[in-house]
Design a protein around this ligand. Structure first.
Ligand code: BES
Ligand code: MN
Ligand code: ZN
Length: 530
């Protein structure tokens, strides 16, 4: 994992391989970011010719634009990386998410580099946090399954390698940036406790987001429900969490018809994991529920080729919840957080649930399964009903639930649905604060009509139009009355099939982790409104 340090060293003096500075898009080209010493110092060291030099190299200062320059005479570092921050907003510092993305883009451009100093901000804690998060999140690579020719480690038959695939001698050109320094801080801040806490939080957050990304990126033949549960067990031991794992026998006995119905077609049986962080001084409790379909083939309603190669990502909700609970423990948050991981593999076989089957769910409700590819809501419904028995103060579920939400909001924005507008707005506001794109979506009662079944209490699919909202309405049926609940449909942003951007890599993104952690912090600090 990339190391993080704070320093009051200037751009010229900082000992690093590269110095990252910010440039804004001015009328006459890229300009040193106002109010940040380092950008001005680099400009001065170039004899005031930074704008001219960058313009010659084709730079404009547009957001996330990367331009590399040899460092000026007298600098410790060899390389200057200018990252665009977009149009300057007067004398105002750039938005934190602008800084987070710029730092991430710079970190990615420094793949293969040992140590970079980020001199992008003043000592403002929110800005330092954003740069630290962006730099660490941009310094991510998933190398677990990268082969370097066959060796003894590779002969386990499943391709999993025990090493991190990094060469010991010399630097692998594809290795992520190894060390990040936030430089140019004023001396008092760099040594003070406030920024130290900011840096520690950024490291925990980045490590836990990396945990979620790794889980999503792990191929489905190396992560089945039991293996996922075992990883949760290991983390529980490491960080002092309570864990309870229901295996297929316990789930069968317990009447978890939704989780069993989805998992029964697979050779790898389902699990329900309850992972709890308790703080002795907590006044509030949160339940977080994650969809953990380790592979979604669609089941008997099989997905066509072209729609199934990325379906290892269908456990991204459970990965986000797992990461958020561990983060709550590592940050010692004064709130009780229970994570529920609803783990199953959705496969077609002679033992799989058929379209037309009726399942009796944990809550006692019956569900006619009309489409076995609408499996997420079935496992989530059982977990929601079980979680509700403990009367948490609020419930948030996270799921790669519907393609329809992607059609509505695109690949980078998750939808937020809720049984209480004020709670939905709280979660939406928090997502905005931490720089996650999200949007409120309604739960229109009229769509309940489509979920009617002639044989059971409810069907698992409704109208195609508004499919993401029907899924939300289905889940709402399993939420305890009077408990504030929000449903995050992260089908779009959970997995990046396109090129990397900002601090977002290809593949698993860690979507919703920052929102969940910030929500837990908010509840720890202020309780829940109302
Ligand atoms: N896991 C999928 C949703 C999904 C699609 C996530 C694309 C990420 C990317 C989910 O289980 C699913 O298959 N949903 C169906 C529901 C339909 C059958 C009502 C869908 O969205 O097509
Ligand atoms: Mn599905
Ligand atoms: Zn699914």
């Amino acid at each position: 994992m990339t190391a993080l340090t704070l320093s009051s060293s200037t751009a010229a003096k900082v000992r690093a391989d590269a110095v990252v500075i910010g440039v804004v898009k001015g009328e006459d080209g890229p300009m040193p970011a106002p109010g940040v010493e380092a950008a001005g110092a680099v400009d001065a060291a170039f004899g005031g010719r930074l704008t001219a030099l960058l313009t010659t190299l084709g730079a404009t200062g547009a957001e996330n634009e990367i331009t590399k320059l040899p460092a000026p005479e007298g600098f410790e570092a060899d390389l200057v990386v200018a990252v665009g921050l977009g149009p300057a907003s007067g004398d105002d510092a750039p938005a934190t998410e602008t800084l987070r993305r710029a730092a991430g883009a710079a970190a990615r451009a420094l793949t293969g580099t040992g140590h970079a100093a980020f001199a992008l901000t003043s000592s403002d804690p929110a800005a330092v946090a954003a740069v630290a998060e962006g730099a660490l999140l941009g310094s991510y690579a998933f190398t677990e399954f990268r082969g370097e020719g066959r060796d003894d480690e590779g002969k386990s038959g499943r391709g999993r390698r025990s090493g991190r695939g990094r060469k010991e001698e010399g630097r692998d050109a594809s290795a992520p940036l190894a060390e990040v320094t936030i430089a140019g801080l004023d001396a008092k801040s760099a040594k003070g406790s406030e920024l130290k806490a900011v840096a520690e939080r950024a490291e925990v957050l980045a490590q836990e987001i990396a945990r979620a990304r790794d889980l999503v990126n792990t191929p489905p033949n190396a992560l089945n429900p039991a293996e996922f549960a075992a990883l949760a067990g290991a983390a529980a031991k490491e960080y002092g969490l309570k864990i309870e794992v229901l295996d297929e026998q316990a789930l069968g006995k317990g009447g978890y018809g939704g989780i069993m119905g989805v998992g029964q077609g697979s050779q790898s049986p389902p699990r329900l994991v309850r992972l709890t962080w308790r703080h002795s001084k907590a006044r509030n409790s949160l339940a977080l529920i994650g969809k953990g379909i380790t592979y979604d083939s669609g089941g008997i309603s099989l997905k066509p080729a072209g729609s199934n190669e990325t379906m290892k990502c269908d456990m991204a909700g459970a990965a986000a919840v797992f990461a958020a609970v561990v983060a709550a423990a590592r940050l010692d948050l004064r709130v009780n957080v229970t994570g529920w991981l609803a783990l199953a593999e959705n496969m077609p076989s002679g033992s799989a649930t058929r379209p037309g089957d009726v399942l009796t769910m944990y809550s006692g409700k019956t569900v006619e399964v009309l489409n076995t590819d609408a499996e997420g809501r079935l496992v989530m419904a059982d977990a929601l009903a079980r979680a509700g028995e403990e009367s948490p103060d609020a419930v948030v579920d996270v799921a790669t639930l519907t393609g329809a939400m992607m059609v509505a909001l695109g690949k980078r924005t998750f939808g937020i649905m809720s049984n209480e507008d004020s709670f939905r707005d709280l979660v939406h506001g928090i997502a905005g604060e931490v720089g996650e794109q999200a949007w409120p979506m309604p739960l229109p009662e009229d769509l309940m009509e489509g979920l009617k079944s002639p044989v059971a209490d409810i069907a698992n699919v409704g109208d195609r139009m508004g499919g993401g909202l029907s899924a939300g309405l289905f889940l709402k049926e399993f939420v305890a009355d009077g408990t504030p609940w929000a449903h995050l449909d992260i089908a779009g942003p959970a997995f990046n099939e396109g090129s990397p951007f900002g601090y977002t890599p290809k593949g698993g993104t860690g979507s919703a982790v920052r929102t969940l952690v910030r929500l837990a912090e908010r509840v720890a600090e202020e309780g829940l409104p109302g």
